[in-house]
Write a protein that binds this ligand. Structure first.
Ligand code: SAM
Length: 296
């Protein structure tokens, strides 16, 4: 049987390519075998903070030359990275934690490297986004990632208003000093009844996942100062379906049912509208039965 490290080593890793490598979000053990292989193979690391990354890599016994690629220099640093890639180097791009490009630098570097006609190779791994979602539960079917909300109250309220009727669950990142204020703003903008998951310190010693309603969120956080410490992901249930939405779904399903089975019609309508597939299946079933009885 192949050793797991041989599985990673057995793959071809082209030179002159940018490898986008996810690193842990708290627990240093949450790194893939392939990520470690590529970090060890890379000629250079493009890092959001070169000192942080050097410390992380030291834990895996890896030491590499690095280039700082952060929010304020991403375009100019990209030119240096491209030059090294053209010289045939393999460069691994990492952020301080989790997946580069997810509320972190990396996306502009990816654009620049691709525009230069060079390959970009993603290595999957930890992200606070998918970690929180994986433990959210079935009330989240589709989701949209909203990242950090604006810090100014007026802009935050405006953005939340624009999201209030979004049918899918919304995922936000938030800092500890704003967590109470933000959950309160969410309850004000969306009403108190929707489900909320407060995922704190994921993969770390003080990890906690608390599910409640939006109305309960700020009160629960304020009941204990420890609940406001650390890093947060908030997952908020999507907007409830309205009568208008029900009518629009029925019109879409009726059209789809002319050509498709109930199951396929519900699946395609769910993809097109973002509404829950099981809810659409129930509606499609009723519409199909009604059509059958009308034909008899
Ligand atoms: N690129 C990262 C990712 O893939 O998740 C996100 C980087 S963003 C600058 C940092 C934010 O992600 C934090 O403020 C917090 O909202 C969220 N986050 C990161 N690590 C987390 C953790 N261990 N638990 C909860 N949230 C976390």
């Amino acid at each position: 049987m192949l050793q797991i490290s041989e599985l990673a080593a057995g793959q071809h890793y082209p030179t002159g390519a940018l490898y986008v490598v996810a690193t842990p979000i708290g627990n240093a053990a949450d790194i893939t075998v392939r990520a470690l292989h590529v970090l060890a193979l890379a000629d250079r690391i493009a890092a959001e903070d070169t000192r942080n990354t050097a410390q992380l890599l030291a834990r895996y016994g890896i030491s590499k030359p690095s280039i700082a690629v952060h929010e304020h220099n991403e375009r100019s640093a990209a030119e240096r990275v491209i030059q090294h890639l053209k010289n045939g180097e393999r460069i691994a791009c990492v952020s301080d934690a989790g997946t580069p490009g997810i509320s972190d630098p990396g996306a502009r570097l990816v654009d620049a490297v691709r525009e230069a006609g060079l390959p970009v190779i993603p290595l999957p791994g930890a992200s606070a986004l998918t970690t929180a979602l994986s433990a959210a539960g079935a009330w989240v079917s589709g989701f949209s990632f909203a990242g950090f909300l604006p810090t100014k109250a007026k802009q935050r309220a405006a953005q939340l208003r624009s999201l209030a009727n979004h049918p899918m669950a919304l995922v936000f990142y938030e800092a500890p000093h704003r967590i109470v204020e933000t959950t309160r703003a969410l309850a004000e903008a969306f009403g108190g009844e929707r489900q909320l998951l407060i995922a704190r310190e994921l993969t770390k010693l003080h990890e906690s996942l608390h599910r409640c309603t939006l109305a309960e969120g700020p009160t629960w956080l304020e009941a204990d100062a420890n609940r406001q410490r650390g890093e947060f992901v908030l997952v908020v249930e999507g907007a409830p379906e309205t009568q208008d939405a029900d009518d629009a779904h029925d019109a879409l399903l009726t059209m789809l049912l002319d050509e498709l089975s109930v199951k396929s019609a519900a699946r395609i309508a769910a993809t097109l509208t973002g509404a829950s597939r099981s809810g659409l299946y129930e509606r499609a079933l009723k519409l199909a039965k009604r059509d059958e009885s009308e034909e008899e």
